[in-house]
Design a protein around this ligand. Structure first.
Ligand SMILES: C[S@@+](CC[C@H](N)C(=O)[O-])C[C@H]1O[C@@H](n2cnc3c(N)ncnc32)[C@H](O)[C@@H]1O
Length: 281
């Protein structure tokens, strides 16, 4: 028999040795998921004995994490905005900074008006579903080049009871799309191709390349998306795009060159210019 606290220590050490950045936290999450215990159990009853089945379930999850598979993919879920999303190796795990795109989008949509929202590169559905959850009269279209990603987004829309207000399209960016939209949001792939191998193994090995690779300078997707916005947005409509660290000036220049107005950058909690927003006349 193994006590809860001994297994936690064992997993923590295993993850530390594997170079995982947050071994204590991750060990707790894997213990909760594998052994079916609650956080409170670990705190209040650390000497509780676990069955062999519970121990082997936790050890199997820990072995995956030690290979640097992200916790989100092991658990199949990730918190975003006010809810939890299903995730898999087919989608980028939504990041906290992407909530800034949601906020910028909401700021541009009236609180209680019907609106049509487009999310280019919708992935798990994170941005679009968060906006629809806050704007009951809005309808959305999520586009992605990955059919596997769209299957996850669809599942998330059903889980969140938003499926009746959203449509999906398996396509390249704006190909074949017709407006007008009131708001266009996107968190496109923006990592320069040559930088991908140097990222943490959790990202480089496990997240879909299609979700990461922004071409030689990381800006390919912005060059494809921004020129399409004037055609797709209704007059006065707005856009909000996530950008990588150090890309804001270039993306603002591309937005202005595409004829967008009131172009501005918003900073994330780390002080990085993370979202470029603007409007079309
Ligand atoms: C960085 S992920 C963002 C996912 C999600 N919107 C989020 O913020 O968590 C970029 C997404 O763009 C999609 N994508 C990449 N190239 C594309 C293209 N040419 N046309 C449409 N979608 C594309 C990827 O499949 C991926 O789901």
């Amino acid at each position: 028999m193994t006590a809860l606290v001994s297994l936690w220590t064992q997993v923590r050490r295993q993850l530390e040795a594997a170079g995982v950045e947050t071994p204590v936290f991750d060990a707790r999450l894997l213990l909760e998921a594998g052994a079916g215990v609650k956080r409170l159990d670990i705190l209040t009853d650390p000497r509780r004995e676990l069955s062999e089945t519970q121990v082997s379930a936790v050890e199997a999850l820990a072995a995956r994490r030690a290979e640097r598979e992200p916790v989100s993919q092991i658990l199949g879920r990730k918190e975003f905005w006010t809810f939890e999303l299903a995730v898999s190796s087919s989608v980028l795990t939504p990041r906290p900074e992407t909530e800034l795109v949601v906020q910028a989008g909401l700021d541009m949509l009236g609180p209680d008006k019907p609106a049509r929202v487009l999310d280019l590169g919708v992935g798990s559905g994170a941005i679009l579903l968060a906006i629809l959850s806050e704007r009951p009269q809005a309808r959305g279209l999520g586009v992605d080049a990955s059919a596997a990603a769209l299957a996850i987004a669809r599942q998330n829309s059903e889980n969140l009871k938003l499926a009746d207000r959203v449509e999906w399209r398996n396509a390249e960016w704006d190909a074949g799309l017709e407006g007008p939209f009131d708001l266009i949001v996107s968190n496109p792939p923006y990592i320069p191709s040559a930088d991908i191998e140097g990222l943490q193994p959790e990202v480089a090995r496990y997240e879909p390349r299609l979700a990461l690779d922004g071409g030689v300078d990381g800006l390919d997707a912005y060059r494809a998306i921004l020129p399409a916005l004037p055609r797709l947005l209704r007059p006065g409509g707005g856009f909000a795009l996530e950008v990588g660290a150090g890309q804001s000036e270039d993306v603002m220049a591309l937005a202005r060159a595409a004829g967008m107005h009131a172009v501005e950058a918003r900073r994330d909690l780390a002080g990085i210019e993370r979202v470029i927003a603007g409007r079309v006349d």
